[in-house]
Design a protein around this ligand. Structure first.
Ligand SMILES: O=C1C[C@@](O)(C(=O)O)C[C@@H](O)[C@@H]1O
Length: 245
């Protein structure tokens, strides 16, 4: 039995795959405009890509988060600080990274926080976020390649092992077979090991089928582009909604 993730009526791990849209503006005013534009498209879940922000002053970040929460409520809100090592803009090193995620969790202004699988003391970091009553997505990204299937399955299992509520794996295909490799790994994870939801995607043009049909292989959500894609291969949210019907 999967341990489903339930947030105000949105159940991750059951039913249709949930559509997540990322907010990638760099200032509060632009974020507000971005949300107002996207509200009519009704994504299931919002992701704030905090690493795109121009400034990281704590009080300002919390004010911005509070505004995002207000504008997107009651939809679930995920906050992600993606590091440069994993394809994002974030340059904070381990301690500062952990402190930032804890600050976000303590604010109680979001439902989910993203913790990168390969961050330092990952298990303790997950536990400290859980202690604030906030759920965790443990993620891993490879923007260069698709590692071998066994490695992909190991990473997905490790995400469970360190107690993420949801695992998320995004890899880059270099050839069509890489997409099949990712989907095969997901299928095996679903059949043999998964005790909680996970999300997988193969990025870029080659990987589009994994964003559209990943749920048949066990993926419980898919990322779609809002005003601008936050990763290669994302389809516009309105198109995704039609295609996932
Ligand atoms: O982890 C992910 C998945 C993603 O990289 C994608 O490929 O759609 C997009 C990111 O914004 C998000 O944090």
């Amino acid at each position: 039995m999967l341990k489903l993730v339930e947030i105000r009526g949105v159940t991750i791990g059951h039913g249709k795959p949930k559509i997540i849209v990322s907010l990638i503006s760099s200032t509060r005013d632009r974020l507000q405009a971005e949300i107002e534009y996207l509200l009519q498209k009704k994504p299931d879940i919002w992701e704030w890509r905090l690493d795109f922000m121009e400034t990281f002053e704590e009080a300002e970040l919390i004010e911005t988060l509070s505004l995002i929460r207000e504008l997107t409520f009651p939809s679930p809100l995920l906050v992600t600080y993606r590091t440069v090592q994993e394809g994002g803009q974030g340059r904070l090193r381990s301690n500062a990274y952990a402190n930032l995620l804890q600050l976000i969790a303590k604010s109680q202004l979001c439902d989910l926080v993203d913790v990168e699988l390969f961050s330092e003391d990952n298990k303790q970091l997950v536990a400290s976020i859980h202690a604030e009553g906030v759920k965790v997505i443990v993620s891993n990204h490879d923007f260069e390649k698709t590692p071998p299937k066994e490695e992909l399955i190991w990473r997905l299992r490790e995400m469970q092992f360190i107690n993420g509520d949801i695992g998320k794996l995004a890899v880059m295909p270099k050839r069509p077979h890489d997409v099949l490799c990712l989907l095969d790994a997901a299928d095996q994870m679903k059949t043999l090991y998964a005790d909680r939801p996970f999300i997988v995607m193969s990025m870029g043009d080659l990987g589009v089928i994994s964003r559209l049909g990943g749920h048949h292989y066990g993926s419980s959500a898919t990322f779609a582009a809002g005003s601008t894609p936050s990763a290669p291969g994302q389809l516009p949210v309105e198109l995704m909604k039609q295609l996932l019907l």
